[in-house]
Design a protein around this ligand. Structure first.
Ligand SMILES: Nc1ncnc2c1ncn2[C@@H]1O[C@H](COP(=O)(O)OP(=O)(O)OP(=O)(O)O)[C@@H](O)[C@H]1O
Ligand SMILES: [Mg+2]
Length: 212
């Protein structure tokens, strides 16, 4: 059955670790699944992503950022996400449209209605069935990433990252059925178990719905 699951959260919250863990679990159970990520996931998107994260010799305004993330997203939805959902896979995406709402909306303070409208155009209205928010204080998440080279977003102020966290919590509270908020300061295994509980329930529900 097709299911579209996205992972969201601030820097170093554990999205990539948990997205991979979920993909591995599904693969072990022979559930057809695909793991992708944003920005990127297509040859065009990977190039956009490098620009967005690492551009040093060029100015990128907040509005340009909004457009470039959505250019990468439009390509990913059309080329990868929709076709794989259509063929009945569980598609897992490490970051998706909600990242743009919180980073360019809450973080960069672009008008939320405009950000949402642009996202909607790029995704052609494709929304996740489940979004997992890995919630952690900004300082703790950033500290986990310290060993790594800091990209344009990781170099932002703590005030920016706190706005991002608040933005995520507001989005989740506004749509509690779609979001699963997990305390990301717990152990990797504990978090993976909490996520699996919800995903396995959705999979079982999908099978039952098909039967009836
Ligand atoms: N629950 C956890 N407890 C402790 N460390 C963790 C936990 N989850 C992930 N980490 C570690 O924190 C670091 C960041 O994890 P990960 O790359 O999954 O985060 P991310 O949310 O994908 O970050 P980014 O926003 O930079 O993509 C890694 O070194 C990872 O091993
Ligand atoms: Mg990651």
């Amino acid at each position: 059955m097709s299911l579209f699951i996205t992972f969201e959260g601030g820097e170093g919250s554990g999205k990539s670790v948990q997205a991979k863990a979920l993909f591995r679990r599904l693969s072990e159970l022979a559930v057809p699944a695909l793991l992708t990520h944003e920005p990127g996931g297509t040859p065009f998107g990977e190039r956009m992503g490098r620009w967005l994260k690492w551009a040093k010799d060029a100015n990128i305004s907040a509005l340009t950022e909004l457009m470039l993330f959505n250019a990468s997203r439009a390509q990913l939805v059309a080329e990868v996400i929709r076709p794989n959902l259509k063929s009945g896979k569980v598609v897992i995406c490490d970051r998706y449209a909600d990242s743009t709402i919180v980073y360019q909306g809450y973080g960069r303070e672009l008008e939320l209605a405009m950000v949402k409208a642009t996202n909607k155009a790029a995704t052609q209205g494709l929304r996740p069935d489940l979004t997992i928010l890995l919630d952690i204080p900004a300082e703790e998440g950033l500290a986990r990433r310290m060993a790594r080279k800091q990209d344009r977003f990781e170099q932002e102020t703590l005030v920016f990252h706190n706005r991002v966290r608040e933005g995520y919590l507001k989005q989740a509270a506004a749509e509690p059925r779609r979001w699963l908020v997990v305390d990301a300061s717990q152990s990797k295994r504990k978090i993976a178990d909490i996520i699996w509980q919800r995903v396995s329930r959705l999979l079982a529900k999908g099978k039952n719905d098909k039967r009836t």
